[in-house]
Design a protein around this ligand. Structure first.
Ligand SMILES: Cc1cc2nc3c(=O)[nH]c(=O)nc-3n(C[C@H](O)[C@H](O)[C@H](O)COP(=O)(O)OP(=O)(O)OC[C@H]3O[C@@H](n4cnc5c(N)ncnc54)[C@H](O)[C@@H]3O)c2cc1C
Length: 414
């Protein structure tokens, strides 16, 4: 028997286990998956926890439930990958592999910024990119009486690059509903030169920031968090004061990638952006947030990648040429508050544009325009995630590569 080993049972690893158990001949291949934790989190739900929109049990389930029969599930920490020996060391055993899939994701690294983990951490400084952080922030917001709220991105890339903006818009709505918006001064601070990584999208989002009276500070490269003065300071000595700081710390690949000498500066694995094969080792493939491909780090991207990667693993096991197919397709709802959302659909080459999705003219979802329908789409994604996406059940009408149907290219995006 040959061994296919998947590292990480988050969004990407779980999808790959479900795809490959169906695609690889059972008489020839054993499929195994390793993860350190029992709980699988629906991370997009972390955005809603601080505002009491979702409860804890809506965003977590036992991970093993989503691993199909016929796949060995190993709940252990991965210590080291030994790519030259085709082995992976766990805490107390060593596994061999013929083909390896790295799906170890990315996580926040607050220790990378001076002062971030100082005395104010989880008192007046919070993240919402972890389950614990989102819950601590929820408790803080329930009792907060107002002041200067600063939402801050440390550096790119981060997972779900739209999430900080969504948080900002939802905060505006939350305080309006509580009748205390006039007591809160909201500032959005980014290292980018605009609200988002994509210029057309930035235009639409700037308008919304203005409409909601949210200040934006761009090109802010943080040097330190000054806990005494309660301010963030950048390399040219600009300082932004806060009463409540919500920060998106540096995002990094897992330390196992560093220990194995397989990553870049941020522990992301150099990966072919069209085939998802590791650049350094032919029998290693990488998917989701763990890669260094220039696509968004998002569950939707991992879902599209998984379809191409499942085909490529089968081709690889048969000795055929890989498909150079993955186009960077990303599909993201952006919550804008007041029960509305925008939708954007783009890939490596194509910026988000106006139009309808998934069907031309009829939609029903609107691209780059706020609608209540888009908001329901965002909420429906949670059901789709648990019931279809993780189980690798095809989502009707949403193709792996970006479709140009319904997109409007000949009018200005504003
Ligand atoms: C606040 C927030 C909002 C988001 N919103 C959206 C959204 O609206 N839409 C969207 O598409 N995406 C969204 N995302 C992003 C999405 O959740 C991730 O892109 C997706 O989960 C990536 O999947 P992954 O499998 O690559 O990584 P993960 O799902 O993080 O899985 C990695 C797994 O590897 C395991 N692992 C890592 N290292 C080790 C080790 N050494 N030993 C054992 N196990 C290990 C981890 O325990 C984990 O289970 C959001 C993320 C956040 C944080």
């Amino acid at each position: 028997m040959k061994e296919l080993l998947i590292l990480g049972a988050g969004t990407s690893g779980t999808m790959m286990a479900n795809h490959l158990v169906k695609k690889l001949p059972k008489k020839e291949w054993t499929v195994s998956i390793v993860d350190q934790y029992k709980t699988h989190y629906y991370q997009p739900g972390f955005l809603f926890l601080p505002f009491d929109i979702y409860k804890e049990d809506q965003v977590k389930k036992v991970g093993k439930k989503f691993i199909p029969k016929g796949v060995n599930y190993i709940q252990k920490k991965i210590e080291k990958i030994l790519p030259e020996a085709n082995k992976v060391e766990l805490e107390d055993e060593t596994l061999n592999y013929d083909v390896l899939i790295i799906a170890t994701g990315s996580k926040i690294a607050p220790q990378e910024t001076e002062g971030l983990l100082g005395p104010l951490w989880r008192k007046d400084i919070f993240d919402f990119y972890t389950f614990e952080g989102a819950l601590a922030l929820r408790n803080k917001l329930r009792a907060w009486e107002g002041g200067k709220m600063v939402i801050h991105i440390t550096e790119m890339p981060i997972k779900c690059p739209v999430a900080p903006l969504e948080f900002t818009f939802l905060a505006d709505s939350y305080f309006r509903e509580k009748g205390m918006r006039d007591k809160v001064d909201i500032t959005y601070v980014t290292p980018l030169s605009g609200a988002f990584t994509k210029p057309t999208c930035t235009k639409a989002l700037n308008y919304l920031l203005e409409e909601k009276d949210i200040k934006i500070k761009t090109d802010f490269a943080i040097m330190e968090v000054d806990n005494d003065q309660k301010q963030i300071v950048d390399y040219v000595d600009k300082a932004i004061p806060f009463d409540l700081l919500i920060t998106i710390p540096t995002n990094m690949g897992d330390a196992v990638i560093e220990r194995s000498g397989m990553g870049d500066d941020l522990n992301f694995v150099p990966t072919n952006k069209h085939t998802l094969q590791s650049k350094a080792h032919q029998n290693i493939f990488v998917i989701g947030d763990a890669t260094n491909v220039p696509a968004s780090k998002a569950g939707s991207v991992a879902h599209f990648e998984a379809e191409t990667l499942a085909d490529n693993i089968v081709l690889f096991t048969k000795g055929y040429k890989l498909k150079e197919e993955f186009d960077g397709h990303a599909n993201c709802f952006i919550e804008t508050g007041g029960n509305k959302a925008l939708l954007i659909d783009f890939n490596y080459e194509q910026e988000p544009v106006h139009g309808t999705f998934p069907f031309a003219k009829v939609g029903p979802l609107k691209l780059l325009k706020e609608s209540v329908f888009n908001h329901w789409g965002k909420l429906a994604f949670r059901w789709i995630y648990w019931n279809m996406l993780l189980k690798a059940i095809p989502i009707p009408f949403v193709g792996r590569n970006m479709s140009f149907k319904g997109k409007i290219f000949d009018i200005k995006s504003d």
